[in-house]
Design a protein around this ligand. Sequence first.
Ligand code: CDP
Length: 207
Amino acid sequence: MIIAIDGPAASGKGTLARRLAAHYRLPHLDTGLLYRATALALMEAGLPLDDVVHAVEAARGLALTEYAETDLRGHAMGEAASQVAAMPEVRAELVRLQRDFAARPGGAVLDGRDIGSVICPQADVKIFVTAAPEVRASRRVREMMERGEKPDPAMVLADIVRRDARDAGRSSAPLVKAGDAVDLDTSALDVEAAFRAALAIVEARRT
Ligand code: CDP
C-alpha cells in the first residue's frame, strides 16, 4: 500500500506520515528532507540557492551525502528548501529516488507537496493535510522554542504565508490537492485526533 500525504508548511503532515508508517509497519520518506539537504549542500559550498547546475549536482549526490536531521529541520532551512524546490531541474533529479522508495515491496508512506499529484499518482491513499495559517504558525513557533530558538511569531506567520505562495505558485509540481485526495483539516485537531482521522481515511480507502 502506498500512502501519499501532501500539504503546506507545518500542517502536521510529517507527524501523520510517521504515525501511519509505524501503524502499518511501512517505510516512511519525508521528501522535504531531500530539498532541505540539497539547499544545505549549496549553502555549505557558499553557492547561491538559485544556482541550477550545482543544485542539480547536489540533488544527484544526495545518496552519498549524510546530514544530521537536526541541521536540516530548522525553520530557515525550510525557506531555503522552498527556493531550491522551485527549480524544475532539481525536482526532475529527485523523482527517481522518490519513486524507487515508493516501489518498495509492501509499499511506503511518503509526505511532501507533490506526492499524490506527480511522484505517486497511483498511490492507494492520498491525504491532503491543511490547517489555518495561524494554527500552523503557532505550531512552528512551539517547535522552534523546543529546539531552543527564540522565534518572532509574526515573522513565522509571514514566512509561512510567503512559502505557501511560492510552493503553490511555482510552475513545476506546485502544491496542489490531487483530484482523488481526501482533505484533512487539522486546525482543531491535536496529534492524536489527527492520527485517528487519517487512519479512518486510510481504512475507508482500503476496503
Ligand atoms: O513542513 P515544512 O513545510 O516546513 O517542511 P518540508 O515539508 O520539509 O518542506 C520544505 C520545502 O521543501 C517546502 O516549502 C517545499 O518548497 C519543498 N518541498 C517540495 O517542493 N516538494 C516536496 N515533495 C517536499 C518539500
